[in-house]
Design a protein around this ligand. Structure first.
Ligand code: SAM
Ligand code: SF4
Length: 330
């Protein structure tokens, strides 16, 4: 078991595959002046495989692929196959905006992927177009159906709530859980990085307490579920008689730093120690030396874990300066 200096067990690695995206969500990615990583700076599928092997050897067993939009990697299936073949990888999931799931769900399932989280901010096509910019509700919905059909389950839907965009229609999303055994989770917006998205996230912030109150006013009282996983960042509830779960992820109003079990790997090969801080440790240089051993890669990861800061300081106005959300992976 790998513990950080605050005695937290760190066993979950979130791997960003790419910083590009086919959407431009208002709180995540600006419309212009983005400098994407050149292809040669992205970790290759073999390099990612080596990091996962090293991570397993030091105690990690849970992995997630994210981005940017991870489905934009043309070698995504190869990456999934490589990771799922590694003994000790208990869980591999993917976070996606779902746009390309219609064609990818089946090959991903065959490659060994267990489940996906699909990001969908609204059931209203107009709001999706406005908030997720370039988003198509119909295509995301088809992607969700495709994922469910091949058994990439339990399916989790993530919605970031932003005042003036989707904050009045959260009940429509929550209502999905009445008939579907899905987890519909509401995420508080966080300001990350320089630029306009951070101010949209800060100014559009809606506390999950308000989101929950609105849902309960419109759909009835929910009862809280006991989480089986202490590091689950979501507080989970169920509507009366519902098949699925309504979750609230509240990094701003109810931080869960005390039970954090994560480390992040950026697409350009840095261990990013805490989502909302800038501290990073490079591993790509070592990977590209040519003769690096798993033990050496594992040592970098152990150092990153040892230097993991305790938590964020959003309340004091402190967040990442260097990277925005799409450059870390959420
Ligand atoms: N493109 C994929 C997607 O949208 O799911 C994966 C990457 S995205 C950065 C991962 C998650 O971060 C998504 O669920 C998204 O809703 C969330 N996210 C992005 N920007 C955010 C912000 N400023 N505050 C809170 N959550 C955010
Ligand atoms: Fe793309 Fe995901 Fe960011 Fe939206 S949240 S812009 S889909 S990376």
């Amino acid at each position: 078991m790998l513990k950080d200096s605050f005695n937290r067990v760190i066993n979950y690695l979130r791997i960003s595959l790419v910083d590009r995206c086919n959407l431009r969500c208002v709180y995540c990615m600006p419309l212009e002046n983005i400098r994407f990583l050149p292809g040669e700076e992205l970790l290759t599928s073999r390099e990612i495989e080596l990091v996962v092997q090293a991570a397993v050897s030091v105690g990690f067993h849970k992995f997630r692929l994210t981005g940017g939009e991870p489905t934009l990697r043309s070698d995504l299936i190869d990456i999934v196959e490589r990771i799922t073949k590694i003994p000790g990888v208990d869980d591999l999931a993917l976070t996606t905006n779902g746009l390309l799931m219609r064609t990818l769900a089946e090959p991903l399932k065959r490659a060994g992927l267990k489940r996906i989280n699909v990001h969908l901010d609204s059931l209203n096509p107009e709001v999706v177009r406005r908030q997720m910019r370039w988003g198509s509700f119909e295509r995301i919905w088809e992607g969700i159906a495709a994922a469910e059909a091949v058994g990439l389950t339990p399916l989790k839907l993530n919605a970031v709530v932003v005042r003036g965009y989707n904050d009045r229609e959260v009940s429509d999303l929550a209502r999905l859980t009445l008939d579907h055994a899905w987890h519909v989770r509401f995420i508080e917006s966080m300001p990350l990085g320089p630029g306009k998205c951070a101010s949209v996230a800060a100014q559009g912030y809606v506390s999950n307490r308000d989101t929950r109150e609105l849902i309960e006013r419109e759909l009835g009282t929910m009862y809280e579920l006991q989480s089986e996983d202490v590091s689950d960042e979501s507080r989970n509830f169920r509507l009366n008689g519902a098949a699925g779960v309504v979750g609230f992820i509240s990094p701003v109003s109810d931080p869960y730093c005390g039970s954090c079990n994560r480390m992040r790997l950026t697409a350009d090969g840095k261990f990013h120690m805490c989502l909302l801080n800038d501290d990073e440790l490079d591993v790509r240089k070592l990977l590209r030396r040519g003769d690096s051993t798993l033990s050496e890669i594992g040592q970098v990861l152990i150092r990153a874990v040892a230097n993991k800061p305790f938590g964020h300081r959003l309340a004091e106005g402190h967040s990442t300066q260097g990277r925005s959300m799409f450059q870390i992976g959420g």
